[in-house]
Every structure is written in structure tokens, then in C-alpha cells.
Design a binder for this molecule. Structure first.
Ligand code: YH5
Length: 284
């Protein structure tokens, strides 16, 4: 991967080798210790472990976008994510990302120090594009067919690769027209978002065909239900399948893998990086 990077605020995230984005859900059901510690305290502890385990990015999300999940108000989402982002930015030398679609959350998260806006709705909500363009944060544009509540009801495509690429092309063009520069953009095929198992597998198989203008690719299959279907395994038994899927995505061109299990994923891609570098040394 020659001189690939992503400009996240003042920080340049080097993507010449793939990196791990750790998932930090701050919904009320994500942390429980019987109430001794607050959710932000528990989230900071989990984040510290992810940093030790090799995460280059921490992705903070306060809206559940799992199939069927209920919507969250702006105020609830702000109350969940802003205190956590403030603490992470203060403590850890990594890119802090915010997983949101709402303009006000984007603006407040960037004020709190987030330098990557990760939006499963690709900045299509009112004011979101303008909020992102007014910042100097990077943007991850993800493909989704439909809306989280109903997207898995009956996903349908003519050609899933072509449709995902066309959608991402359009959203990249919209971002550039609003002033978000190329070096701040990355794209994501949206594994599991309005897709059958077969659609998901096609997207991984042809991942190298989805990126407009060779932008960095973000990929997230961690613990998702299609991995459960392949393995006939419940959500707490999808680690090895998730690591395999992340590694296959990296081998097909993913630059940032979004995962729950940072350490095993980091170890797997670090081994793969060493082999890739060895094959580059013998190439000339
Ligand atoms: C993504 O792919 N996904 S939130 C259902 C699960 C497990 C996990 C158990 N935000 C992505 O992680 N952002 C989410 O079943 C994302 N790419 C990017 N860029 C959904 C999620 C999940 C859903």
C-alpha cells in the first residue's frame, strides 16, 4: 500500500500498513459492573486496554445501529458520547472517532477533540455534511441500503459491487463539493447493512473494486450476524471467524478494520504485514 494516509484534524494517520479501529459502544447496556463505576469510567478503562492492545483509532458510538434497534434522541446521544470523547482525547495518543449521523453530535464531538467522523448514513442527515465540512476532521462514508430498523427485511441488488461503488462515488462527490478534501475521506462497503450473507461475501471478495479514487477503505464485520450464520455460532462465539474476516479484508485492500476484539485482530494483521513486507522485498 504505497503512501496511504488519512488526515484526521492536525494528525496524519499512517495507513501504509493496515490499522485497527477499536469499537467503544457507550450505550447504557454496553457496560455494567453493578453500578460502582460510571459508564464513562468503564469506557475509559476499556479504551486504555484497546490502546495497549494496538488500536490506532477508537470509535465512540452512542446510537445502536444494529438491525431493529430503537432511535436515540440528540440529547441522549450527546450525553453518552461527549464526556467519553473528552476523556479519551485527554488521555490517549490515538485518533478518536465518533460513530454518529447527527449534525449536532458531529459538531460537539469535533469540539471535544474527535478527529474522525464515522457515519453509517454517509452524511445524508440534515446539516451533517455542513457540520463535517466546517471541521477539519476526517470522514468515513459508509454504504447502507435502507434504514437500520428495517434494512435486513429484504435486501436486494442488481449488482451489489456496482451499486455500493456508485453510492460511495456520489457521497464522495458531495463531500468534495462541500469542501471536504480528498485526504480527509475514506469509504466503507457497510458489511451487514442491508445485505444478505451472499452480498456480504461478494463485497469482501471484491473489496478492491469498491473504493472511488483509491481512498482508504474501512471494513467492519466484527461479531456480525452473517459470521454467526457461517459458523452457526452465537454472538459471544464469533471471535475467530471475525478475526479471519478482518484478515481477509486486509488482504483484499482494507486499511482500517473496525473490531470489538483489538488484540487478536492486531496480532493477526501484524503477522500478515510481516509476510506482505517480505514478499515486497523479493519482488524487484
Ligand atoms: C461498520 O461496518 N458497523 S455499528 C450487529 C452486530 C455486531 C456489530 C451482533 N458502525 C459499522 O458494529 N461503522 C457499525 O451483531 C460501523 N462500518 C463503520 N464504518 C454495527 C455493529 C454491529 C452490528
Amino acid at each position: 500500500m504505497p503512501e496511504m494516509s488519512l488526515q484526521c484534524g492536525a494528525r496524519r494517520l499512517d495507513l501504509s500498513s493496515p490499522v485497527v479501529m477499536g469499537i467503544l459502544n457507550v450505550t447504557p447496556d454496553s457496560f455494567s459492573d453493578g453500578g460502582r463505576l460510571s459508564v464513562p469510567d468503564l469506557a475509559v478503562d476499556a479504551a486504555a486496554q484497546m490502546c495497549r492492545d494496538g488500536a490506532a483509532v477508537l470509535d465512540v458510538g452512542g446510537e445502536s445501529t444494529r438491525p431493529g434497534a430503537a432511535a436515540v434522541s440528540v440529547d441522549d446521544e450527546l450525553a453518552r458520547v461527549i464526556p467519553v470523547i473528552e476523556r479519551l482525547v485527554e488521555r490517549f495518543d490515538v485518533v478518536v472517532s465518533v460513530d454518529t449521523s447527527k449534525a449536532e453530535v458531529i459538531t460537539r464531538a469535533v469540539d471535544a477533540g474527535a478527529t474522525l467522523i464515522n457515519d453509517v448514513r454517509a452524511l445524508r442527515e440534515p446539516g451533517a455534511l455542513e457540520a463535517a465540512a466546517a471541521s477539519d476532521a476526517a470522514v468515513c462514508l459508509m454504504h447502507m441500503q435502507g434504514e437500520p430498523r428495517t434494512m435486513q427485511a429484504s435486501p436486494h441488488y442488481g449488482d451489489v459491487i456496482a451499486e455500493v461503488r456508485t453510492f460511495l462515488d456520489d457521497r464522495v462527490a458531495a463531500c468534495k463539493a462541500s469542501g471536504v478534501t480528498q485526504n480527509r475521506l475514506c469509504v466503507d462497503p457497510g458489511y451487514g447493512f442491508g445485505k444478505t450473507l451472499e452480498h456480504n461475501l461478494q463485497l469482501v471478495a471484491k473489496l478492491d473494486e469498491i473504493s472511488p479514487g483509491k481512498l482508504p477503505i474501512v471494513f467492519g464485520a466484527s461479531r456480525k450476524s452473517s459470521i454467526g450464520v457461517l459458523l452457526d455460532a452465537p454472538v459471544d462465539d464469533r471471535l475467530h471467524g471475525s478475526v479471519a474476516m478482518a484478515l481477509l479484508a486486509v488482504e483484499r485492500g482494507a486499511h482500517i478494520v473496525r473490531v470489538h476484539d483489538v488484540k487478536p485482530t492486531w496480532q493477526a494483521i501484524t503477522v500478515a504485514n510481516a509476510v506482505r513486507e517480505a514478499s515486497q522485498r523479493t519482488e524487484q
